[in-house]
Design a protein around this ligand. Structure first.
Ligand SMILES: Nc1ncnc2c1ncn2[C@@H]1O[C@H](COP(=O)(O)OP(=O)(O)OP(=O)(O)O)[C@@H](O)[C@H]1O
Length: 268
């Protein structure tokens, strides 16, 4: 297996500072701050409704913050649109798979290269040599990433025909096709069986080790978070209640209280 080359550019720090998001009367994020160190895996955890997805959506430019700042690569992301955030090298996967089910895996991955494609629709449509050369180059890179992620043997298969665990891998591959410096993974193992979870965890570790990029991860699978994260930020009711290395966070009384509270509610 040939790992993809490390990102050529510098991997910047992601700094989230005092971010507040409100929906009508509800404060979904309340002055939340944390930083993702370059090349680290940072997990965002917390009970249901804690604000994790909202935080992801602010970082990726989908939601607007009422106040606070998110900085990456010298840019203020709270003022940026999703395509501008992507152009800075931030790629994301979604809780529910967001791929074109009818298209083969290869086409889905080529769509991930779109941001990096120089030749426009006209030169591509006219099949100009420059556009052809570029397309061959992207195709080679797509094949390399597919090999790395373990989906090379299904490149010609429509995504909708693949098992769920494989579709999640294709989604990760598509995000990697954007050559990100920061990868946002929204519940990458949700809905997977034990074997698929283990394989995905290994893959995430090898993405970080081979590419040296930063990963911000939202995940409910605590075992996985504790195994693969360098740093954990814990949210509860929109507030950051703890943060630090996994072994420290899991002993934190406030974190234990937040999770016990959730299981009590779930049990009642
Ligand atoms: N678009 C929206 N409009 C109104 N309220 C929203 C919206 N998005 C999120 N919320 C609310 O904001 C709060 C935080 O939700 P969020 O989805 O960020 O939590 P979460 O930690 O990701 O939860 P889960 O683990 O269940 O996915 C919740 O009370 C939720 O109902």
């Amino acid at each position: 297996m040939t790992p993809p080359p490390a990102h050529a550019g510098v991997v910047p720090e992601l700094v989230v500072e005092d971010v507040t998001v409100r929906f009508a009367g509800l404060v979904a994020l309340d002055a939340v701050s944390f930083a993702v160190a370059p090349g680290s895996t940072h997990a965002l955890i917390g009970p249901n409704g804690a604000g994790k997805s909202t935080c992801f959506n602010v970082v990726s430019g989908v939601y607007r913050a009422a106040s606070g700042s998110v900085r990456f690569a010298g840019a203020e992301l709270t003022a940026a649109r999703p395509h501008e955030v992507a152009a800075l090298g931030v790629a994301r996967t979604f809780q529910n798979i967001a791929l074109s089910a009818r298209l083969p895996v290869r086409d889905n991955l080529m769509l991930g290269r779109h941001r990096l494609t120089r030749s426009g629709f006209v030169s591509a449509g006219l099949r100009l040599p420059s556009a052809r050369r570029e397309s061959v180059r992207h195709g080679a890179r797509v094949a390399q990433i597919a090999e790395f992620v373990g989906v090379a043997d299904v490149l010609a298969t429509p995504v909708g025909l693949l098992p769920y665990g494989t579709q999640k891998r294709v989604e990760l591959a598509r995000a990697l096709c954007m050559e990100p410096r920061l990868l946002l993974l929204d519940e990458p193992v949700a809905g997977m069986n034990g074997e698929e979870r283990r394989e995905m965890a290994e893959l995430i570790v090898s993405v970080r080790e081979s590419l040296g990029i930063s990963i911000l991860l939202v995940e409910h699978d605590m075992g996985m978070v504790m195994r693969i994260a360098d740093t954990v930020t814990v949210l509860d009711f929109g507030r950051r209640i703890a943060g630090g290395p996994p072994e420290e966070v899991q002993r934190d009384p406030e974190v234990i209280r937040a999770y016990l509270g959730e299981s009590r509610e779930g049990a009642s």
